[in-house]
Each structure stands twice: as C-alpha cells, then as structure tokens.
Ligand binder design. Structure first.
Ligand SMILES: [Zn+2]
Length: 502
C-alpha cells in the first residue's frame, strides 16, 4: 500500500517564500549496557529470537524490576554533555498501553520527573550556529520487535501473520527531546541533520551506545510544521517516526515541508499524525492519527525506588567527561592547521573521526583530508551512503597513503587499489600486489617503453634533442599510455632526458 506517490509537492525554494518551518527531534538511543534496564538479561544484538528474556522483561506476574545503575549513570552523563540540569530526584512511571511488542502491558519510563532537563546543543550549518534547546533527557525501556510476515512491505497491512521477538524488550533506552526549533528557514532540513550528527558524535565520545543507526541503536522521530510567514502561531506538526539514517533525517524534513506547503496552499489543514518514512522514495506516508491525545494513565512505578543522584557523584561524572566533539574539533583544527570552514566541511561530510583515525594510523593530516573529502566522499555520494559506511577503514586509507608516499603507487593507481579494497579484495598492499598495480621502477618493461616512445615519435625526439625541452611532455605521455599509468612520470622524464639531452 502506497499513497505517497500521489502527494503534490511544492518546490522547496518556493515553500520558503510563503512559510516558516519549525522542526523538533525526539531521538531514542539504545544504551550499550551489558544487561537490560530492569533485569539481568543480556542485550547482545542478533541472537536467536526470544532467547534473552526472563519473567521480569516478559512482565510475568510476581516478577520484580531492579534499575540498572550503569544505565542511570550513562543517562546522567548524556545530560551533562548536553548542559542539562540533573534532577536530584527522579521517578519511573508506568505508561499503560496494549501492544504486542510491550509484554508487560505498560512501558516503564520517566514522565513528569525525568533525570535531565533544560540543556542545549549548538550545531553549525554553513558557518552559522544554531542553538538547539534540549527539553529533557529521560530513561526508559525499549519494546520488543514485531515481524510482519507475508506482505510485501513488512508492515502489518497485507501480512498474513506476525512474529514477536522480545530480546529487545527491556533494553535501556534514552530519549532526548528537543524544544521546537524555529528560525532555521531554508536550513531546517540541514539543521535537523546537523543536530543528529552532533548528538551521535557526543554519544560515541561518551561511549554510552554503539550508535549504529542501521541496527536501530539510534532512531529519530522528526517533527515538522509550517506556519505562514509572519504568523505568530506555529502550524500543526507531523511526526515522522523511526528515521534511521542521518541523510534520511534531512530528507524527511524536506519532504514534509514540500508536502505540507501544497496542502496549505489549497486551504487544507495538516492533520496531527505520525508518518512513516520511505527510504527508497524519500517520501512519507500517513501512520497513526494523533488528533486525539492517547491517555496512557501514567502513574509512578510502585516496584522501583526513585532515583536520587548524589550531587557529589554527579559533579564527579561532570569532571570526568571526555573532551566533547566541539572542543575536540577546535583542537584538531589547530593541530592540523586548517581553517574553521574546512573543519566544517569535514563535519558535514561526517569525516572528522575518520580523518583523525587515519592520522592516528600514520598518515599526514593533509593527505588524510584529501582522500576522505575527495575520492572517498565522491564514492559515498555516488552510492548514496554515509562516508563511515564505505567498506574501507581509516587504517586502510593510511596504508594507501603510505604506499603513495613510498612511491609504490601514484594517485591514479591508488584509486584502482581503492576499487579493490572497496570490493573486498583485502588491504591496499595486497590489492596492489594481486592486481599488479605497483609503479614500474627502472625495469626492463619501462626501459623498452621509453625506447619505444622515442622510436615511435622521431619528430618529437628531434625537437627535444634540438633544445625544445618542453616537448618532452608528449613522450612522457606516450610512455604513461603504454604502461597504463603504472609508470612514475618523474622517473620517465628523467630516463628520457638521459637519452635525449644527455
Ligand atoms: Zn529479562
């Protein structure tokens, strides 16, 4: 079932001539703790369905939860990194609703007393800083996973039966909620992406989650609304659920802006609803209506004691925070001798950590930047993937750069070696060996190629002999052609000069 192709869309630039977007993001992060939030079950990803469950996470009568201390600590550290106020007293609540993936009949979450409130995160887009206010960071538990079998879309519509895996039920989940973000205008899609990118970097730096978006460790709900330019009231928002990549966050905002503008242009209203995002088309389709607020009958969880973080402990966690990404970027800019604008390119390309790791593996900063922002960025762009998802590691890029520095290969051969690495043929040195990519030294092969170039172009050779030294370029080109780029141009030039200029 797809209703998305029928959506009329207003040209993106045109949207901004009549409307102002307001965005907001709710991000769910699965913490990387060894055990679940309220029981001792393992959190290992990808095991046989329903092998990591117990009476507590299945909600069997008589079972009692115990809060995971490591998860509480991680949540507070996230809050501190986002400049939040840490509550001296926080409670868990029951959010009651019936759904197959929630075996207890309620989700244990934090409602009116979250652990962290009132923070912010500054993000940069095109040299401008946007402050994203964080409303709250709270701790809850993940749900199980439904698998709808028999349909074409994987959704419940059209499926003939459904299976449920409770391995994920009860894994600690942190929800980070922004306040509405007005004023980003045409940059709203990029601000949304930049926010999630920066947040992910922080989570990686804190080491609290694996943050693998493709495994669902980090999932975004993207809220978008439009209001007529100059209007004092914000428009009705839609909530695009479970957007699973950074690029998709940007696309989801962009699509919703264009779709909503078309409806508003016609005098129609926007329905408050959840929407599904479709990776293949970059479009959204209607989900559940939120026109009527669901009453979850929240009440304080009677089986758990409130959390009361000790002030001194919180202060010690703050003091022990690692260097955060923004500060790290400033330091690296200095160390690598690059301007803030170039660092911004690296950030936008998602390349800071990759370049840093490549430098740590022995490459010069300028070379590492050149490869990640150049050839590799182009390949990622061509295949529509994130840079970090390319099948090449920073260590392999450093090895490639090392082979170039050593004169084993030149840039052109390095690109061919990279093809091999990305195709899974092994490390650069192995690919160079297997594909025979090494630059030719003064081998017999090169000597005969040089001789052949002179014999094949007698006029040019005579010009060079007669003092027109710049004509040698044509001969170098001929040698490069016969050796299919495997010769080192400087070596070829020297060999030609030895023969012609003496
Ligand atoms: Zn369990």
């Amino acid at each position: 079932m797809s209703t998305t192709t029928a959506d009329r869309l207003v040209d993106f630039d045109e949207v901004l001539t009549r409307y102002e977007p307001v965005i907001g993001l709710e991000t769910h992060v699965e913490l990387g703790t060894a055990s679940k939030m309220f029981c001792g079950c393992s959190t290992t990803f990808g095991t046989e369905p329903n092998t990591q469950t117990c009476p507590t996470c299945l909600g069997l009568p008589g079972s009692l939860p115990t809060a995971n201390a490591a998860a509480i600590e991680s949540t507070i550290r996230i809050g501190l990194a986002l400049g939040c106020r840490i509550a001296g007293w926080a409670r868990f609540s029951r959010k009651n609703y019936f759904y197959p993936d929630i075996p207890k009949g309620f989700q244990t979450t934090q409602y009116d007393e979250p652990l962290c409130t009132a923070g912010h995160l500054d993000v940069e887009v095109d040299g401008e800083t946007y402050r994203v206010e964080i409303e709250r960071v709270h701790l809850e538990e993940d749900t199980g996973k439904n698998l709808h079998v028999g349909g074409s879309t994987g959704r419940i519509h059209g499926a003939d039966h459904s299976l449920i895996d409770y391995n994920r039920a009860g894994i600690p989940l942190v929800e980070i909620v922004t306040r509405p973000i007005p004023g980003a205008g045409a940059k709203a899609p990029e601000v949304a992406k930049a926010y999630v990118t920066e947040l992910r970097e922080i989570l990686v730096t804190l080491g609290v989650s694996e943050v693998r978006m493709e495994q669902g460790n980090l999932r975004c709900d993207v809220n978008t609304s439009l209001a007529p330019t100059g209007s004092l009231e914000w428009g009705t928002r839609t909530e695009t659920k479970n957007v699973n990549s950074l690029r998709s966050v940007e696309r989801a905002v962009r699509f919703e802006m264009r779709r909503q503008a078309a409806l508003l242009d016609e005098g129609q209203r926007i329905f408050q609803e959840t929407r599904h995002f479709h990776e293949d088309t970059g479009s959204t389709s209607p989900g559940r209506s939120k026109e009527e607020a669901t009453d979850y009958r929240y009440f304080p969880e009677p089986d758990l004691v409130p959390v009361a973080p000790d002030e001194e402990w919180v202060a010690s966690l703050l003091a022990a925070l690692p260097e955060l990404p923004a500060a790290r970027r400033t330091r690296l800019s200095d160390e690598w001798g690059i301007a803030p604008t170039e660092m911004a390119w690296l950030v936008n390309a998602g390349a800071v950590e990759l370049v840093s790791a490549t430098v740590a593996a022995g490459a010069a900063p300028a070379d590492a930047r050149k490869w990640w922002l150049g050839d590799l960025a182009r390949r990622a762009n061509d295949t529509g993937t994130e840079l970090a998802e390319l099948a090449v590691t920073p260590a392999q890029v450093a090895e490639l750069i090392g082979l170039i520095s050593a004169g084993t290969i030149n840039d052109q051969l390095a690109r061919q070696a990279l093809d091999g690495v990305l195709a899974g043929e092994g490390d650069p040195a192995a690919v160079v060996e297997a594909r025979g990519l090494a630059v030719l030294g003064e081998s017999d092969e090169l000597v005969s190629a040089v001789d052949a170039a002179i014999e094949g172009n007698p006029d040019v050779a005579d010009k060079v002999r007669g003092g027109k030294v710049q004509a040698i370029g044509a001969l170098v080109g001929a040698v490069m052609k016969t050796t299919r780029g495997k010769a080192d141009a400087a070596t070829v030039k020297r060999m030609l000069e030895e023969r012609l200029v003496g």
